[in-house]
Design a protein around this ligand. Structure first.
Ligand code: SF4
Ligand code: SF4
Ligand code: FES
Length: 259
């Protein structure tokens, strides 16, 4: 039998799998639809979703952009695990006869695999930006500061950590906790050696750092391998504890506010 080749990618379609994909929108019934698709073991899950669109369901809604793990658009839950579909290799599912693909559960459904993540962008707007020192012409950054902030800045805003965090996902504390992504953004600013802004009260009260109970589930799913809890949230918690509960630091911080 001649080999079947995908006309767009050139992939050799020599394997078959039953994909169950969540279909439906906020205004319609939501159910799992099964599609049997051929694939090549070198492909990624997003390739198969595109094949479903091309061959069976042109109206299937899926968000993606770069197909290179850099835009953070194609976040979904593959067999219950939060993943970037474009970075999830079919070679990791050898011998699987079926696979389930659902949208991120933590955010409101728009349609099929697309969710409304706008809450994150609204939360981001509440964070005070970098404030440079006044009267200084050149800022000095040492390598250890660059290394620290470089890790935080690898974030691609895929929101898989937000999807995973049980404070948001299970307890729906959207008013109490900004979530791991924004703890990382706050750490980027707070641990910048030249930043002069005072956000410590907001980190505790508005963004709710104390809601995190350090389960570390968020850092396990981060595609950029950012040590969200170890290198971001725990140091922020320590800074909050120093400022609010250490008498000496409380006095220093009170004097600083007066100056
Ligand atoms: S470590 Fe904190 S932010 Fe991360 S998943 Fe657990 S509770 Fe959420
Ligand atoms: S911290 Fe990691 S998991 Fe969270 S949004 Fe950024 S890249 Fe995604
Ligand atoms: S399409 Fe950009 S990260 Fe997957």
């Amino acid at each position: 039998m001649p080999e079947k080749i995908d006309i767009y990618s050139g992939a050799t379609l020599d394997s078959k799998i039953d994909l169950s994909i969540q279909r439906g929108s906020k205004n319609s019934e939501v159910k799992m639809e099964k599609y049997t698709v051929e694939y090549d073991k070198t492909e990624v899950v997003l390739d198969l979703v595109h094949r479903v669109q091309a061959e069976f369901a042109p109206d299937l809604a899926v968000r993606w952009n770069c197909k290179a793990g850099k835009c953070g658009s194609c976040s979904a839950e593959v067999n219950g695990s939060p993943k970037l579909m474009c970075m999830t290799k079919m070679s990791d599912y050898t011998n699987a006869k079926s696979m389930e693909i659902r949208p991120m559960r933590t955010f409101p459904l728009i349609k099929d695999l697309v969710t409304d993540v706008s809450w994150n962008f609204e939360k981001n707007k509440q964070i005070k930006p970098f404030k440079p020192p006044t009267g200084v012409k050149e800022l000095t950054m040492y390598q250890q500061h660059v290394d620290r902030i470089q890790e935080y800045r690898k974030c691609i805003e895929c929101f898989l950590c937000q999807d995973t965090c049980h404070v948001l996902r299970t307890h729906e504390e959207f008013n109490q906790y900004a979530g791991p992504r924004f703890m990382i953004r706050l750490a980027t600013l707070e641990f910048h050696p030249e930043d002069q802004e005072d956000r410590i009260g907001e980190i505790k009260n508005t963004f709710g750092v104390n809601m995190c109970n350090i389960t570390k589930c968020c850092q396990e799913v981060c595609p950029e391998e950012i040590h969200i809890t170890d290198n971001g949230i725990i140091p922020l918690k320590e800074r909050v504890a120093d400022n609010f509960y250490d008498p000496l630091m409380m006095a220093v911080s009170w004097i600083k506010r007066l100056l």
